[in-house]
Every structure is written in structure tokens, then in C-alpha cells.
Design a protein around this ligand. Structure first.
Ligand code: ATP
Length: 238
């Protein structure tokens, strides 16, 4: 494994009764890159994201997060990952500040570092002006920023974002995509999505998953040519 790998996944499988949701998936995430995980609905994206964030056990396979084996040292390895799930568990009756402080404690940040961590996450996600607002009263775009802020509250090496722009309006989508690019300057980022232009706008490298298997992996600039000449485009939003 190269020292620049933040994630190294080897021969990952996840079986459900009668179905192989993830089949022999291997990939690496390198320091300083935004990696797109592109695929149609049901392709196995969320299952893969849940496994590499330590929220779902694989049937088999090996996952190293910043050099730590996720299955052998789950607590330490999970500390290296920030995760925005498809439906983030926001406590909408809390203010942004209260929620982020709560997330900081969940991530076992030292008490005397929590205020600085919350301020930093808010600043990076453009939430400085809304700390005292109830999450429930924020727009969907701002709620998604809160979801991203909780993912980076403990300054993880890797940030995993699962379908971060679904349900947002065009302006909110553009802003979240800009934020994803900015995250890539400080973290390794994995972006799971079924939206082709989202990958083209935000990612350095892309992997396409279909029926649980990786069918394409390359620099994002090489995607256009390949997509036009293949059936990979089926089921993807353009
Ligand atoms: P979507 O964008 O629709 O969430 P996805 O690419 O994230 O799609 P997954 O949610 O990972 O796909 O699902 C991959 C496959 O595994 C699908 O066929 C799905 O029905 C199946 N699957 C997922 N979770 C379970 C489960 N708990 N039990 C049985 N099958 C499951």
C-alpha cells in the first residue's frame, strides 16, 4: 500500500439472502483527491459507503482507513472518517450550535476543544450566521451544510458523502458542490451519487459501480469519451 492511500479496500463482498449487493470491490482513495462513486439506484453505493464508514459489516474483505484496519481496530479507524449519510440524523429541534456540540461530544472531542471545533466546522460550511437558529427552521441547503459540518467536526482524514445534493434546488446544489471541492483541499473525499454532472464538476477520479461490481475506474477527464461509447450510461442522471 502506498503511503498516500487514505483508504484501501480489498475484495469487499456483502451478501444478503439471495443477493450479492457488493461483489469483489477493491479501490483506493489517495490523499488530496475527491473520488466519485457513481452508479444507478440499487447499484451498491450505499452498502459500500456503510461498510467503509464502519456502520455495516462486510461479508468479507479488508478495509484500511489511514493505515488502520477497520475490522480489527474499529474505534480508531472510525475516528479517521466523517460520514454524511443519505438521510443524516439531524436533531431538528436543536440549534445548529447545540447539535454540533452534541456531535463533537459523540466523537469524543476533549471538552476544552469543542467550542473551537464547532466554530471551525461552521466557518468551513458557511454556517457562522445561523448558529443560534433551530435546524428545523433552516432551508434544506443549510440543513445539508449542518450535515456536512457534523461529518468534519472531528477533523477526519476522510469524508464520505452519500447523495449529498438529492432534494436540493439548483442554487443549493451549486453551493454544496462548491463546498465538496473545498473539502477536497483538506480531506480525502468520497462522493457517492447517481448524477453524472455532479461527478464531472466535483471529482478528480471516478469509479462506476453497477450491480455490485466496479465496472470503470479512471480520471474524471476520461469519463466523457468512455460514457459515450458504452452502456455505462444506463440509469444515470445526466
Ligand atoms: P440507492 O441510490 O437507490 O440507495 P445504491 O446504489 O445505494 O442505491 P444499495 O442501497 O447499496 O444501492 O443497494 C444495493 C442492493 O442491495 C439493492 O439491490 C438493494 O435492494 C439491496 N439491499 C440493500 N440493503 C439491503 C438489506 N438490508 N437487505 C436486503 N437487500 C438489501
Amino acid at each position: 500500500m502506498s503511503n498516500d492511500n487514505l483508504i484501501s479496500v480489498e475484495h469487499l463482498y456483502r451478501r444478503y439472502a439471495g443477493l450479492v449487493a457488493v461483489k469483489d470491490v477493491s479501490f483506493e482513495l489517495q490523499r488530496g483527491e475527491v473520488l466519485g462513486f457513481l452508479g444507478p439506484n440499487g447499484a451498491g453505493k450505499t452498502t459500500t459507503m456503510q461498510i467503509i464508514t464502519g456502520n455495516l459489516a462486510p461479508t468479507s474483505g479488508r478495509i484500511l482507513i489511514n493505515g488502520l484496519d477497520l475490522l480489527d481496530r474499529p474505534r480508531q479507524a472510525k475516528g479517521e472518517i466523517g460520514y454524511l449519510p443519505e438521510q443524516p440524523p439531524l436533531y431538528r429541534e436543536l440549534t445548529v450550535d447545540e447539535y454540533l456540540r452534541f456531535c463533537a461530544r459523540l466523537n469524543r472531542l476533549r471538552r476544552d476543544t469543542i467550542t473551537a471545533a464547532v466554530d471551525r466546522a461552521k466557518q468551513r460550511c458557511g454556517l457562522e450566521q445561523v448558529g443560534r437558529r433551530l435546524i428545523n427552521n433552516l432551508s434544506k441547503g443549510y440543513q445539508q451544510r449542518v450535515g456536512i459540518a457534523q461529518a468534519i467536526i472531528h477533523s477526519p482524514a476522510v469524508v464520505v458523502l452519500d447523495e449529498p445534493t438529492v432534494g436540493l434546488d439548483p442554487i443549493q446544489i451549486r453551493e454544496i458542490r462548491e463546498l465538496i471541492r473545498e473539502l477536497g483541499e483538506e480531506h480525502g473525499v468520497i462522493l457517492s451519487t447517481h448524477i453524472l454532472p455532479e461527478v464531472q464538476m466535483t471529482c478528480d477520479r471516478v469509479q462506476i459501480i453497477n450491480r455490485g461490481q466496479l465496472v470503470f475506474s479512471d480520471h474524471v477527464d476520461n469519463l466523457d469519451r468512455r460514457m459515450q461509447s458504452s452502456s455505462l450510461i444506463l440509469g444515470l442522471q445526466q
